[in-house]
Design a binder for this molecule. Structure first.
Ligand SMILES: [Fe+2]
Ligand SMILES: [Fe+2]
Length: 268
């Protein structure tokens, strides 16, 4: 079993002077706390990665000078959940409260599903396109290795995310329904546990390191540097983003579900 690092409590691969994953932002730049009164435009100017969080909550750009709380209200979102996710993405040293409310669950799952959609239908196809352009520009007989490696990696991500969507998220939403006092008479014995998910939550960032190594160290020198570098920038960015995504699943969603399981067992 491969254990993933606790990225939300212990910063992963962050040096004292520079966060190597956050290639666009020197460290220190993102050390600020976001509150309900913060203007969305200001926090995006300070940390452009927050654009990803905003769009995964279904917030469209064009919100003028509105604050986080105002935009959440206009979009029917739970402001405290949005603030938690924004702060966690903004700073890996942000401490997550131990007890989080179960009314975060449905929105958090929607957020994670939107993340899956982004990885599978935008980010990975975009990187594949860059790899194709790189191969076109560099007539190298080993190019197929790169293409095959990336295809295998994509299949792994698809499998990881579809397992969550087919099994884990429906289980959690079912649990939420069962915890509803009005439906207490339809409670079923728990046949699955969130810890089963955590024990098997595979590390989909690991293979990305091999891909980066392949491009940096092993693939022979190529006349084109532009696409080679662009692919690498995107792989670092994907790695960072996946690490945050999986961190939300393990460090925010899972503890809420554990509490819910205990609650249901105690009442059953
Ligand atoms: Fe996921
Ligand atoms: Fe995951």
């Amino acid at each position: 079993m491969i254990r993933k690092p606790d990225i939300l409590s212990v910063p992963k691969k962050i040096s004292a002077s520079f966060d190597i994953y956050n290639y666009l932002i020197p460290s220190g730049h993102s050390e600020f706390i976001i509150t309900g009164e913060s203007k969305l435009v200001d926090i995006i100017q300070l940390n452009q990665r927050l654009l990803l969080v905003i769009s995964r909550f279904g917030i469209s750009l064009g919100f003028g000078d509105k604050s986080v709380a105002e935009v959440c209200k206009a979009n029917g979102l739970n402001t405290s959940l949005v603030l938690l996710v924004l702060n966690v993405f903004n700073s890996h040293s942000y401490s997550v409260p131990e007890l989080l409310p179960k009314n975060y669950i449905a929105e958090l799952i929607q957020y994670l599903k939107n993340g899956h959609k982004y990885f599978l239908t935008s980010k990975l196809p975009y990187i594949e396109e860059l790899i194709n352009r790189f191969i076109e520009k560099n007539d190298n007989p080993n190019s197929y290795l790169l293409r095959n490696f990336f295809k295998e990696y994509t299949n792994e991500v698809v499998e990881h995310m579809s397992l969550e969507e087919r099994t884990v998220f429906p289980y959690i939403l079912g649990l939420l329904q069962q915890s509803d006092v009005e439906k207490a008479d339809v409670r079923q014995p728990l046949t699955y546990k969130i810890d089963d998910f955590i024990d098997n939550h595979s590390n989909i960032e690991e293979k990305l390191d091999d891909l980066k190594q392949l491009l940096i160290k092993h693939f022979p020198p190529t006349p084109d540097q532009f696409f080679r570098n662009l692919i690498l920038f995107e792989l670092f960015d994907l790695d960072y983003d996946l690490n945050d995504h999986n961190g939300l699943e393990e460090r925010i969603l899972t503890p809420i579900v554990r509490t819910l399981e205990k609650e249901i067992k105690g009442n059953g």
